[in-house]
Structure formats: C-alpha cells, structure tokens
Ligand binder design. Sequence first.
Ligand code: ZN
Length: 151
Amino acid sequence: MAKLKIVKVGDQTLRTVCKPIDTITPRIVTLLNDMLDTMRNADGVGLAAPQVGVLRRAVVVECEPGTVYQMINPEIIESSGEQEDTEGCLSIPGEFGITHRPMEVTVRYTDIHGKEQTVKGEGLLARAFCHEIDHLNGILFTDHVIRMLDD
Ligand code: ZN
C-alpha cells in the first residue's frame, strides 16, 4: 500500500461532483487500499477519493479500529434522528465545527469484491458516512457548519 497526497481546501477537486465507478478494476482496488493507508496515516476516520485527487465515487471509513468500510458508489438510502457534534476534515487541517447530521443512516454500496452491501451506521459512524458521501458531491462540512470552534 502507498500513501497518497491529501488535497487541501481551495482545490477545485474538492468542489467537483464525482463520477460513479462502473467496473471494479485492480486500479480501483489499489486506490481503496491506498486510501485506507493514507487515512490511517493521517489519523482520520474517513477519506473520500476526491481528497486524493480522484474524481470517482469511492470512500473509506474506519471509526473503530479494524472495522473498515471500503465503499464504491455509496448512497444513503435511509436516515433518521438527529445529532449535533464536532466535525473536522483531513482536507481542512486544524479546523473544527459543530454540524447537524442524522443520528442513523443506512448506506447501500458495492464492496471491493463487487458485492452489493447495506450497512446501518449510528452516531459517529453515521456522521462519517454523511461527511464522506458529501465529498463525492463536492460538499464540505464547512458549507453547513452551525458554528466553527475556536482553538
Ligand atoms: Zn472531509
């Protein structure tokens, strides 16, 4: 696995709507594995492909060490409840803010083996799914932050 460079806020890549992945090529699998490596190295809990300069619908999430989601074409198909909590982003280093998110979301996606999966996430995991899927649509948490936190 290789570490990739994380794109920072201000780069147009982060503002572009990403294209779906039609075929899971070895390159896509490598991308998802490199993204996992890059995310762990940066102490993040999620990373989206545009954050490493790839305009494709792929994200990785790992809120609990060892529970890894490598998602291709993820889509939120259900959400319920609400939560307000602190959020940050590897592309916006050192900045944190309070956002409003659903408490629970169900995400449908294709895994790296090409199998369709659905997963329900609650709390932090729901926030991470929402945050990363927002990235695929060119949306950053600072677009809908309730208030930024001072350091
Ligand atoms: Zn982010």
